[in-house]
Design a protein around this ligand. Structure first.
Ligand code: SER
Length: 582
């Protein structure tokens, strides 16, 4: 089976069960500023899982573009990719466990659909905790469709699914497929890596609040996720997605360019293929991100530069990313037309970034070699590699670990900060939430901006998201994605909504989370932050949450009366609101 066939089967199956097919949302989250990229199919659908009405109804099915960078080090193994596609079917307060499980089983095992042998399947279900009962219902449902007792394992937190720390969540049941060469053992052991997880049905019936309480949602949802890459490999009996049509054309081209064999350079070629594919999707996204030293741009830069370095390692001479990008666009452009539309941008950005880095890579590696005998890479040296040779910190760490030596990260961060202060390159301003002016009126406008951001989504459309923001003592300016002019009534509704929340006098709370937690959310460590081991998120009651450096008022009533002055176009698909507080 190839990828288009698997996708088609999935969509057809759920269509036959009354689901509407919806397109993938952008890779860049529009309603959750706490993650840099969508890490799961559910993220763009959060407003609907929380009770918002979806225009296409209560049963949806889709293929969502996702990107995860937590597992950077595992890229190259058999089961991880940075960019991947998630097949998902959704019940928004419609069907629940019975249909979800029966349909999962039918899709996997029925002759008409995937026709996988039941003897190679196993499942996990939730063992329960103090808020959520043990999932006996799912257990019984799996038994009734024909999964034997010894192939069902009750598990703890692995079977409670939440994207990050707060929001819609619930117990899950995961399906595993036996990939070992021998016959599948009768007793299922979820820790045996030969059992590969292919599908996750989450019963999203809860909402986790900032204070840690878990309360029932007003509706019971189903969120399922089947990783296309992984599942395709598994059902084809292939070792990994790299052996499937999703990657083979890219890998073949890498073989040609390097005049080496995939079989002898497996890990490096996989990394190059994974990273170029991810980079093409990021730059080609409808909300494009370009290489930079902060936020998403930095993740992109790391992907590109790491691909370039591995390219050199497998012996490719000269620039090669554009050649590979062409193959990615050719392979995926029919399903993701944005790649075709943005083809020139993709090629130009990749070419520029590769030439910039290509020029210094060789010299930088040479410099690095000279540092190795010192037994450790000092902060100053890591910064030198960053500043003069364009080595992302993580690349230096990777090079160092290949040599079994350490990098002084703290020292690097200190250097980075010092340099930033000296050069005032403006980089600081690019870090999210950095306000140049923090006079009281600017602070009030800043919190008003967060409310406006959320209000637009609540009142106008959940697809709206921030494109830019600028605050002076005179006014706030907020750019957001939307196709058309707001009507005067809509403008008024947004204004009223902000003022309603102002009056509620919600507390504004800042939470610092360890980088680890933020990484779990899918956020990448930003080494330019003031608190390098922490990131900060601002919550306005449970109305809004944004990844932000502040500062903000302590309670929304301090904002005063919010007034929209103007709503206008900035560019195609981008609108701008100017507003004041009185
Ligand atoms: N949200 C769940 C996951 O990402 C199911 O889609 O695994």
């Amino acid at each position: 089976m190839n990828a288009p066939q698997l996708i088609q089967k999935y969509l057809d199956f759920f269509k036959s069960k009354g689901h509407a097919i919806i397109p993938s949302a952008s890779l860049i989250p529009s309603n959750d500023a706490s993650v840099l990229f969508n890490t799961a199919g559910m993220q763009p659908l959060v407003p609907y899982l929380m009770g918002g009405k979806h225009p296409q109804g209560t049963r949806l099915v889709n293929v969502q573009k996702c990107l995860r960078t937590v597992d950077f080090d595992s890229i190259g193994d058999d089961t991880h990719n940075t960019f991947f596609q998630m097949l998902g079917n959704w019940s928004l307060g419609d069907y629940f466990k019975k249909e979800a499980i029966e349909w999962s089983f039918e899709f996997l095992t029925s002759k008409k659909w995937l026709n996988l042998p039941v003897k190679k399947l196993a499942v996990t279900v939730y063992q329960g905790d103090r808020n959520v009962p043990r999932d006996e219902e799912s257990y019984a449902l799996w038994r009734s469709v024909g999964i034997p007792e010894e192939r069902i394992a009750f598990q703890g937190k692995d079977n409670f699914w939440i994207a990050g720390e707060t929001g819609p969540c619930g117990p899950s049941t995961e399906m595993f497929y036996w990939t070992g060469e021998s016959v599948a053992p009768q007793k299922f052991d979820p820790t045996d890596a030969r059992w590969v997880e292919i599908w996750n049905d989450v019963f999203m019936a809860y909402n986790k609040k900032e204070d840690g309480t878990v309360l029932p949602l007003k509706q019971k949802n189903v969120d399922t996720g089947m990783g296309l890459e992984r599942t395709l490999a598994v059902i084809n009996g292939q070792k990994s997605a790299y052996e499937t049509d999703l990657f083979q054309p890219i890998i073949k081209t890498i073989e040609e360019l390097s005049v080496k064999k995939y079989s002898s350079e497996q890990r490096s070629m996989r990394i190059i293929a994974d990273h170029i594919r991810a980079a093409v999707f990021i730059i080609g996204d409808e909300n494009a991100v370009l290489p930079s030293n902060v936020d998403r741009g930095y993740i992109l830069r790391r992907l590109i530069r790491r691909a370039v370095r591995y390219g050199k390692m497998v012996g490719i001479f000269g620039a090669f990313l554009v050649d590979l990008a062409e193959i990615v666009i050719l392979s995926y452009g029919n399903d993701y037309s944005e790649l075709k539309i943005n083809k020139e941008r993709i090629k130009t950005e990749l070419y520029n970034e590769e030439s910039k880095f290509g020029k210094t890579l060789e010299k930088g590696l040479h410099e690095f070699e000279r540092m190795v005998p010192l037994g450790k890479i000092s902060g100053i040296n890591a910064f030198l590699l960053f500043q003069s040779y364009g080595f992302p910190l993580e690349m230096t760490e990777e090079l160092a670990s290949e040599k079994n030596i350490k990098v002084d990260i703290k020292g690097f961060l200190a250097e980075y900060e010092k340099h930033k202060e000296l050069s005032r390159t403006g980089a600081e301003k690019k870090f999210k939430g950095g306000l140049a002016d923090s006079s009281p009126v600017v602070i009030r406008l800043h919190t008003a901006t967060h409310l406006l951001n959320e209000a637009l989504r609540k009142v106008i459309s959940p697809t709206i998201h921030q494109k830019g923001s600028n605050i002076t003592p005179e006014r706030l300016r907020f750019d957001f994605s939307f196709e058309r002019k707001l009507t005067p009534e809509e403008g008024k509704k947004v204004e009223d909504e902000v003022n309603r929340v102002v009056k509620l006098d919600l507390a504004v709370i800042r939470k610092e989370m360890p980088i680890k937690e933020a990484e779990k959310l899918g956020a990448e460590k930003e080494f330019g932050q003031k608190y390098p081991d922490k990131v900060s998120v601002y919550f306005v009651g449970d109305y809004s949450k944004e990844f932000c450096g502040g500062p903000h008022v302590t309670h929304t009533a301090e904002i005063g009366k919010f007034k929209i002055l103007k709503e206008e176009a900035v560019a195609a698909g981008v609108r701008r609101i100017k507003a004041i507080v009185e």
